[in-house]
Design a protein around this ligand. Structure first.
Ligand code: BG6
Length: 494
């Protein structure tokens, strides 16, 4: 039997090698928490045999110091001493500032013998332009004997104008097929499974539309606060940090039309259409459809938690939103009139990312009034944690009466597959090495989402629109209730 094309990317074992990966801003937190563990894991899986990893940063580190640091980053991971030693021996450190010519001039020397090249931009966003210019003006952007690709971390711009400028700069040196804009939510296994659920099964598509769906909720809740990132978050806020990218990607995959085939451009084209179809009514009446809030002191996981304005590097009078919620409509045949409500926030009662499809009531409610709740059917897709899918339906309570109660039919990744879900970065790095951009954001997609979000940010920047409050550890501001309308709709419990 021919392999299911949806699995194509997962089946392929090939990365083009020999490969040299340059990580710009290697001394930052992303290398420690995500990149190095992902590279090591790919190495342990036998997917990287001829690789060199070059850290490029301004700190005064040597090759040996970089290796010692990297050893700590992978300390708790599996593998023998010999495997670790071999992996660490592939590491080298190139010390340079991002504006200094000499650093870029030394890149060919570090890439000697490696025909494929990957640049990973994980510097502070303020240095992106310098590094891209540095690579471009030193003729380092073109494909060499193999490929040359560049991965750009988020945030990709801070509004439509800056995102466009960044795209233009990138595309003045690279061509689109070389550019990989990362959104790590696309690398999450359950996000990919959402496509499989929709297009690999026969039973969901017929009901996945305005005839059967009452509304859709997308929740990206976190219990953590801003931690040490106060500086960044003050300028970003929840809309830039989570909505424009992660939440919109989830929306696009939930609402997109079935692509004609599963080539990267077909999938990315369908996702783009969703963002382009967002009804501007949300922007015309922002107070009706959008809201923002900030956390005040409270208790999270049994521990006292500071309010946002007391966090490190945060202005005591800050108006940055740590919570944002939107009611969106899509101007398409499939979704006309169906509200998509999105919410995201920090310091909520728990970490959960979930998409829930709330189906319409049956045409006659024969069992209502039996003294027990008859709820709408809900298909909940848990992106994290406890990855899985639950179908909530009404069932008769055993006994002589016809009383009903909602029950859950559950699929859990952990129990069904008995193995851990791989880290998003591992999958995404592997894809860029293979040259599969399906799970990366395309230029037009990014600009379309900024085009929608920027007017809301401008509205808030001009001190219009209320800034509500919610206690740390709560489910968010009570005012968010109104985005669901006046009927019987409720936000899912966190
Ligand atoms: C990042 C945001 O993109 O995603 C962070 O900048 C956020 O603020 C993080 O905490 C959440 O990612 P995950 O994978 O933990 O859900």
């Amino acid at each position: 039997m021919a392999p299911n094309p949806l699995f194509r990317g997962l089946d392929s074992q090939e990365t083009a090698e020999p490969l040299v990966v340059f990580i710009f801003g290697v001394t930052g937190d992303l290398t420690r928490s995500k990149l190095m563990p992902a590279l090591y894991s790919l190495y342990l899986d036998g997917r990287l045999s001829r690789i060199r990893i070059v850290g490029f940063a301004r700190r005064d580190w040597s090759d040996d110091h970089f290796r010692e640091q990297a050893a700590l980053m992978i300390e708790s991971m599996p593998g023998s001493d010999e495997q670790r030693r071999r992996f660490l021996s592939t590491l080298a450190y190139l010390r340079s500032t991002f504006e200094d010519d000499s650093g870029y001039r030394r890149i060919p020397e570090y890439a000697e013998g490696f025909s494929n090249r990957l640049y990973y931009l994980s510097t502070p966003p303020s240095a992106y332009e310098q590094v891209i210019d540095g690579l471009g003006t030193h003729d380092l952007a073109a494909d060499q004997d193999g490929y040359t690709r560049i991965v750009v971390e988020k945030p990709f711009g801070t509004d439509l104008q800056s995102a466009r400028r960044l795209n233009e700069l990138l595309l003045s040196y690279f061509v689109e097929r070389q550019v990989y804009r990362i959104d790590h939510y696309l690398g999450k296994e359950t996000v990919q499974n959402l496509m499989m659920l929709r297009f690999g099964n026969g039973i969901f598509e017929p009901v996945w539309n305005r005839h059967h769906v009452d509304h859709v909720q997308i929740t990206v809740a976190e219990s953590s606060g801003v931690g040490t990132r106060g500086n960044y978050y003050e300028a970003a806020g929840a809309m830039r940090d989570m909505v424009q990218n992660h939440a919109f990607q989830l929306l696009a995959i939930t609402a997109m039309e079935p692509p004609n085939d599963i080539r990267p451009e077909s999938i990315r084209g369908e996702k783009l259409k969703v963002i382009q179809a967002l009804d501007r009514v949300t922007l015309r009446e922002p107070d009706e459809h959008v809201m923002r809030a900030q956390y005040t002191p409270g208790v999270v996981d049994g521990e006292p938690a500071r309010g946002y304005r007391e966090e490190d590097d945060v202005d005591p009078e800050s108006r940055a939103e740590t919570y944002a919620a939107l009611r969106l409509f899509l101007d398409t045949w499939r979704w006309q009139g169906v509200p998509f409500v999105l919410r995201t926030g920090k310091r909520l009662s728990r970490k959960i990312t979930e998409i829930s499809i709330h189906f319409k009531d049956p045409p006659l409610r024969h069992f209502a009034g039996s003294g027990h709740a008859i709820d709408r059917n809900v298909l909940a897709i848990r992106i994290q944690p406890d990855e899985g899918i639950t179908l909530r339906m009404n069932a008769k309570i055993p006994g002589y009466e016809s009383a009903a109660r909602p029950v859950n039919m559950d699929f859990s990744y952990g129990t069904s597959f008995g193995r851990a879900v791989p880290e998003a970065y591992e999958r995404l790095l592997f894809d860029v090495m293979k040259g599969d951009p399906t799970l990366y954001a395309r230029r037009d997609e990014i600009e379309a989402s900024w085009a929608f979000v920027t007017p809301i940010l401008d509205y808030w920047r001009d001190a219009r629109g209320a800034l509500y409050e919610y206690e740390a550890g709560s489910a968010g501001p009570s005012e968010a209730r109104r985005l669901l309308g006046s009927g019987s709709r409720r936000w899912r419990k966190l």
